[in-house]
Design a protein around this ligand. Structure first.
Ligand code: FAD
Ligand code: FO1
Length: 450
């Protein structure tokens, strides 16, 4: 059974007797997916079946072929997994909230279940669908282990305030998943095989940002990446995760972002592994506390991608330093082409452009330097979000808006000593990096990619 605290009702319509639609969006997987499990429970209760639908938005805010191909190849695997369970799957093209309403009408759906996502675009899709659907609409938090609205009823100050709230209830939610059941044959619920060429030709996306080769999309590849991480790298995570020359991060964020892997599934696998306790704790702190803190920020702060979303102390401090002289000033073009005076910053930019995944430690340095070398904090925020969402495979994610707001606007951080441009926002510099890792090695490795 799905814990009812994971489910929220989004309109006042009743559950009818027709099939139940799982409107898949953030959690693009069959296994370990609470939204799909909930849809199946509703379908069993009204003796109908489940139909899974993904609404493909032809130009998803700045996504390029790099992200769309990762998503589509993952959905091709979802289609195969659903076919084995006799569950029909359709990809609808066009404006999601319109398409889902038309589809629900066409199949006389009894209910629609979608997966929780705190981002504005999804809230809008759900609100519009909720008011036009003739049947009940629910969303289920299938992404977080502790459902976002259960972890906290408000925006949290930082990891130190949300951590105890999550840890207090974690064991109630960090449970093993029930299996998705094979569906009995329902003639009314037939779906044509998907014409993936037609789906791909419906996209009008930037093709200049190529797919990356170092990882394969989809659940199977994700499970493989998880196993390799646990078997060969998790043990070194506590000490080595912040060294960009060591490949000791998990590399799982693209699979998490597209929901091809469940964080809960990862957490259970890590917990039951034989890795050292301090590495398991360090990893689960990031995977559970830091990640859920990002959803908390985007869910409770509608200005999560603007200067106004920053804490008051940081806004006031950055305001005081608006007129400080910038030692260097770069445009979006300079940043995008990795044409600054700082070889370390340029190396991080190159890693993101060529690999589609900048090392986590470098992302902090990268964003903070954009603040230091832009004419205003607003401009810096805009440039950081634009580049992050254009090139990172895991972009367009609450983790990104929170990570950038942490770097530029002191979100989830405390005030430091006052300094030019940054004010009391934590500062990072080249020498600080030099004291932590071999900067020349990182620069050399990235300059080969140019
Ligand atoms: P691991 O260290 O293996 O972590 C495992 C998982 O834990 C990650 O996949 C992620 O889900 C979570 N996690 C780790 N660090 C953080 C963090 N600081 N905040 C929230 N969750 C975390 N993450 C994204 O998913 N998408 C982004 O667009 C993104 N942009 C960022 C921009 C900036 C400026 C900063 C400072 C951080 C950003 N992050 C982003 C957070 C973090 O850097 C990445 O999640 C991490 O580097 C992904 O690589 P990994 O999965 O190998 O990390
Ligand atoms: N979600 C959808 O429901 N439909 C889409 O067409 C879609 C495209 C897309 C492209 C790039 C990307 O990074 C995310 C995309 N998403 C899409 C949303 C994604 O599944 C996540 O829900 C959010 O980005 C993270 O909350």
């Amino acid at each position: 059974m799905v814990d009812s605290r994971r489910v929220q009702v989004l309109n006042t319509q009743k559950v009818g007797s027709g099939p139940v639609i799982y409107w898949m969006s953030r959690d693009q997987r069959v296994d370990n997916n609470w939204a799909l499990i909930y849809a199946q429970e509703l379908a069993v209760a009204n003796d109908s079946g489940v139909v899974v639908v993904f609404c493909l938005n032809p130009s998803f805010w700045g996504a390029t072929v790099r992200q769309y191909e990762f998503l589509l190849k993952g959905l091709e695997e979802v289609e195969k997994d659903l076919r084995k369970l006799n569950i029909p799957f359709s990809v609808l093209l066009g404006v999601p909230n319109d398409e889902i309403v038309l589809f629900a009408k066409k199949i006389k759906a009894g209910a629609v279940v979608t997966d929780f996502d705190p981002l504005r675009i999804k809230t809008e899709w759900k609100q519009r669908a909720a008011s036009s659907l003739g049947c009940a609409l629910f969303h289920v938090d299938a992404h977080n282990i502790v459902p976002c609205w259960q972890a906290s009823p408000k925006q949290e100050f930082g990891a130190y305030t949300i951590r105890p709230k999550i840890n207090r209830v974690l064991s109630e939610y960090l449970t093993v998943f029930p299996k998705v059941k094979t569906q009995k044959n329902k003639t009314s619920l037939r779906a044509e095989p998907i014409d993936w060429n037609r789906v791909r030709s419906s996209l009008n996306v930037d093709k200049s940002v190529a797919e990356v080769a170092w990882l394969l999309p989809g659940k199977k590849a994700g499970r493989g990446a998880l196993k390799t991480f646990i078997d060969t790298r998790l043990d070194g995570y506590a000490d080595g995760r912040n060294d960009p020359n060591l490949n000791l991060q998990s590399g799982l964020s693209p699979y998490l972002h597209f929901g091809q892997l469940s964080a809960q599934y990862i957490a259970l696998a890590v917990q039951s592994s034989g890795a050292s306790v301090d590495s398991k704790e360090a990893f689960l702190e990031e995977l559970i506390v830091r990640r859920e803190l990002s959803d908390n920020y985007c869910y409770y702060n509608s200005q999560y991608d603007s200067f106004m979303g920053f804490p008051n102390w940081a806004r006031a401090s950055l305001d005081e330093h608006r007129d400080d002289k910038r030692e260097y000033l770069y445009s979006l073009e300079d940043f995008e082409a990795a044409k600054t005076h700082d070889a370390l910053w340029n190396a991080a930019q190159l890693e993101m452009v060529t690999e589609g995944k900048m090392h986590g430690y470098m992302r902090m340095y990268w964003a903070k330097k954009i603040l230091e070398w832009s004419e205003s904090p607003e401009m810096a925020l805009e440039i950081a979000i634009y580049l992050n969402d254009k090139y990172e495979l895991d972009g367009r994610d609450p983790n990104g808006y929170s990570g950038i707001a942490w770097s530029i606007g002191g979100l989830h951080d405390r005030a430091w000593f006052d300094r030019p441009v940054f004010g009391k926002v934590r500062y990072m510099n080249y020498n600080g990096c030099k004291s932590k890792f071999d900067v020349d090695a990182y620069i050399a490795k990235m300059s080969e990619k140019n």
